[in-house]
Design a protein around this ligand. Sequence first.
Ligand code: F6R
Length: 609
Amino acid sequence: MCGIAGYVGPKPAVGIVFDQLKRLEYRGYDSAGIAVMEKDQIKVLKRAGKLKELGSLLEEHPSDAHLAIAHSRWATHGGPTDENAHPHYDAYEQIAIIHNGIIENYLELKEELLANGHKFRSQTDTEVAAHIIGEEYQRADSLEEAVKRGVKRLRGAYALVVVSKKEPGKIVAVRNASPLVIGLGKGENMLASDIPALLPYTREIIILEEDTIAVLEDDKVRLMDGDGRELPIKVQHVEWDVAAAERGGYEHFMLKEIHEQPEVIRQCMAGRIDEAEGIRFESIFSEHVWNEIDRVNIIACGTAYHAGLMGKHLFEKVLRLPTDVYYSSEFRYGDPVLSPKSLAIFVSQSGETADTLAALRLCKSRRIRTLGIVNVIGSSIARECDRTIFTQAGPEISVASTKAYTAQVLVLTLLALHIAQVQEAPGIRVEEWIEELLRLPEKAKAALDLESEVKEVAEECKNMPLCFFLGRGADAAVALEAALKLKEVAYVPTQESPAGEMKHGPLALVQPGVVSVFGATDPSTLDKVVSNMKEVQARGGAVIAITTQDDTTIQKAADRTLKVPSTPFEFLNAVLSIVPLQLFAYHVARLNNCEIDQPRNLAKSVTVE
Ligand code: F6R
């Protein structure tokens, strides 16, 4: 995944698609490549690293071709190398493709193709898709027909763009859950994964709908559905300036990334849930390792530490596996007692956080098994851990982490279920968990629909001098993350603790004007939470509660109630509850005119100790 660009028309295409890629640089990437339609061949040029590397390569191979496609890659399958960069050829080097998203069934398909004698140059899922479409092309009478048949064999989320040397004036694209936009020009047409790439060239765009195939030639664009039926074209005129377009029309990256969470949940599970096999991970420890592990230590900083706390809750409650969570900075200087049979899990969005990396090296020096849960492929933590699971959340640009947190919690959930399966742990309803996890993207979408109510609450609270975040069980872990969000983007002082701890001290801070946000999504502790709410209200404090849709208890006690969809698992209720809480932090910050995407004093990646 990351940036897609394409052009067909009378102008030199290479300069245009390169410029389009540059306009997508803000999204982050680790390699880039281009496929150029020369007279009788498709020339593919690609390089790991920044666009200037590709730029030098293009200078060495000048071209005045009129059709090109280009891609900047943010690694998901296979590290950021020249070979893994897109475009990829099919087995016959007849077509070249670029791809955003994840092909979930690529391993099965790869095995099938290998058995039929295919050879692969990269470790990517994209190259498998190229071979599949290339195979179909041998039997199809057009590139669009090959794409139509090929994608029927693919499972997952993808935006695919394909060119063929047999049809040199044509670009075929297909979209399933990964965005693609087409730009219309006069005697020229183009496409990109995001609108900012197109703005200097055209403001007339088509947003490709789900499961739609587009065929671009210089003088026309055709759309068709998965069965080849022609579809009507809806052209939109875009008024956004470049900065607004980079944020997908959202006012800030933080808000965009909060809204991406249903899709992130889907991407994070992609390829990891299988009807027959249950939860599986590529290259993870084998069965005997999971059976040997006697303790888990989760080590991380900030938001990633909070995700670790959610992991502890699940590992202990569901797996009965003793789990501790450490701040990386404390762990490394704390001379920890480590069982030789323990597993150390390092959670990090960037994969570069200095303290987490140092803690990892300490564990390795003590010969402890290490597992990374990381978003950035090719990062130091990802490379140095014995095994790494990628969160597949896509690049996160806002300094305040939102979608990466949700993906980290989800990976920890999938991991707990995977271990439960391997250990054949009794009493864990893995199938039921899976059913519910598959519903989670829709439920996260419903949680986002609370935004207008959240805005009203934010308006009422925007001048609060202090905000408490409280909860019990998993809600207490979510409270810490919700508080961090509010303080880092809205600069509101917060006090966060398990709800039961209030009367042991923090209650002294409650007075009129102080707001207390209670996570109350666990049906087994609602009565206790209601008592805690009463303690706050008796001292003049206001109470906002996040509960579930089937609640009848909390709504009677709280001053304001926000309801997320219910699930049969209290843990997943808590997972959903972070969505309105992130929105709360965002809207309080917005009402107070804070610099939301770049909060004062903070950096996205903390590479100093
Ligand atoms: C808060 C936030 C930070 C990071 C922390 C760890 O919104 O983003 O607290 O979570 O600096 O960073 P990573 O996950 O990159 O190790």
